[in-house]
Design a protein around this ligand. Structure first.
Ligand SMILES: [Mn+2]
Length: 328
């Protein structure tokens, strides 16, 4: 992976750095923030992480030590935006961009916008963590176990535990290297997958009971009223991964997860098994993402919008030939 020289230079020149990732942060965003933050500190820089939200399942990344204190408002030499396709996904953190002399954008989304003063966008990367690792190497940082755990968490998260189509030979080579640097994969798995709250399990139960098959079984639909979340005593962040329940059904080519959010909007997540480009569908609703995973924020009635999204997907599937007989 080739790291642009301007990205390396921007990091080298900066003394004070603030790291950011998207709202509803995931293991790729926060794993990258943790690894790069720790690496920049190792180089003697003042590095902070902007952490408006820190999901419990990702507390093990050691981010608390990097948390930007409220009193620290800048100016910063450099802001580094990790895994953020556009500034809207930064929400309340945009002030930190303005408080920084330079902004380095590092992202692997298909529809990334170059909103930095230096932009490194690589949709071929399986995870932003892969790019973060390359940047750390270019900076001459030797990864310790904590940094390696951040990168490994990023890879595990964005490749679905090395199961998705973005898993390349290089991804597994990097994973092996990270294990040699001290990552204990069973510990990461335990934190990510075997530390659920009872409320999350109750939510999964309720969600499973609501899954419907649409478009002759090619689309798995899960629509979730806010009340279901409340009944389970679950938080919105516990909806992470629910879309995969609908995706996991045999014959399903694309999964739709649409839920009512507490702010009155509808949150849409789309997943594809490869035949249909869900990013193109999300884009029709003002969202974005990747070919296999995309999302959007919608307005309107839950059931009506679910039907609209299913129809759009069904059309895409017909175009893609996904509705025809299997050829492979
Ligand atoms: Mn990512």
């Amino acid at each position: 992976m080739k790291v642009p020289q301007e990205a390396v230079q921007a990091c080298k020149a900066a003394q004070s750095v603030v790291l950011l990732t998207h709202v509803q942060p995931d293991g790729d965003g926060l794993g990258s923030v943790a690894a790069l933050g720790l690496g920049l500190r190792k180089l003697g820089k003042k590095a902070w992480a902007s952490l408006p939200e820190l999901p419990r399942t990702l507390e093990f990344l050691g981010l608390a030590a990097l948390k930007l204190p409220a009193a620290e408002t800048g100016p910063f030499d450099l802001a580094i935006s990790l895994d953020v396709p556009n500034p809207a996904r930064l929400k309340g953190q945009s002030e930190l961009l303005k408080a920084s002399r330079q902004v380095l954008v590092l992202d692997h989304h298909f529809d990334s916008q170059p909103f930095g003063t230096v932009n490194w966008l690589d949709p071929q990367a399986a995870a932003t963590g892969e790019m973060t690792d390359a940047l750390l190497k270019a900076l001459g940082v030797e990864l310790d176990a904590a940094m390696a755990t951040g990168i490994y968490t990023a890879l595990v998260t964005d490749t679905g535990s090395f199961r998705y189509s973005n898993t390349q030979p290089g991804t597994l080579r990097l994973a092996a290297e990270l294990l040699e640097a001290g990552v204990r994969p069973y510990e990461v798995s335990r934190e990510l997958f075997d530390s659920a709250n009872l409320s999350t399990l109750r939510l999964h139960g309720a969600a499973l009971a609501r899954i419907e098959l649409k478009a002759e079984g090619k689309v798995g639909l899960l629509s979730l009223p806010l009340q279901v979340l409340k009944d389970c005593g679950a938080l919105e962040e516990e909806c992470e991964g629910l879309v995969n329940l609908a995706r996991s059904i045999r014959g399903v080519e694309a999964a739709v997860f649409l839920r009512e959010a507490s702010d009155g909007s509808l949150k849409l997540s789309l997943r594809s098994k490869g035949k249909v480009d869900v990013q193109a569908v999300a884009a029709r609703f003002g969202g974005g993402g990747h070919k296999a995973a995309a999302g959007a924020t919608l307005k309107g009635d839950l059931n009506a919008m679910a039907e609209t999204v299913v129809k759009a997907l069904d059309e895409k599937l017909s175009e893609a030939g996904g509705r025809g007989p299997e050829t492979d």
